[in-house]
Design a protein around this ligand. Structure first.
Ligand code: FES
Length: 170
């Protein structure tokens, strides 16, 4: 439970707002950080902390693309395919990226190994630097598919190295 695990952080978050309900977004972030995505239980927990109905917490989580309502891969890749970015080739970039990762080229999805989730999103506020990809909230701009493939392989190697380290530690 967030309240038991992070009492100080929650106190600090509430201290920034005059009304408990205003803390819903930072608390959703905290829940997502803890659970990896916003489970029904996480939404209830946040709603309980903010004294709001879980439906309200769910609607906020559903509105913003930075909140995950489904389990995601370790690397959560969001590509803006909104019109200004599409005009700079983001649509084509998204399709090629999906094909490279072996997921649905229209809607994206999660790779079979659970390592990558790729999805199209609306404006990420980097319209002049498209194609733009956000990986776990880190931006990569002015991409082309070759550069993106290099990033994917770098992340794949990092994940494998982490796994090796974990195996050694056991
Ligand atoms: S329209 Fe793609 S970042 Fe703004």
């Amino acid at each position: 439970m967030l309240a038991e695990k992070y009492p100080e952080r929650i106190k600090q978050i509430f201290a920034k707002y005059p009304d408990k309900r205003s803390a819903v977004m930072p608390l959703l972030y905290l829940a997502q950080e803890e659970y990896g995505w916003l489970t029904e239980e996480a939404l209830r927990e946040v709603a309980g902390l903010c004294d709001i109905d879980p439906t309200q917490a769910r609607s906020i989580a559903g509105f913003y693309t930075m909140f995950a309502e489904k389990p995601k891969g370790k690397y959560w890749l969001q590509v803006c395919t909104d019109l200004p970015c599409a005009l700079r080739g983001a649509d084509q970039f998204f399709h090629e990226l999906c094909e490279y990762l072996g997921v649905d080229p229209e809607h994206g999805g999660t790779t079979d190994d659970g390592l990558f989730t790729v999805e199209p999103v609306m404006c990420l506020a980097a319209c002049d630097k498209a194609p733009v990809l956000q990986n776990n909230f880190h931006f990569h701009e002015n991409l082309n598919i070759e550069h993106a493939k290099q990033l994917i392989e770098k992340w794949r190697a990092e994940a494998a190295a982490e796994e090796d380290k974990d195996d050694e530690a056991e």
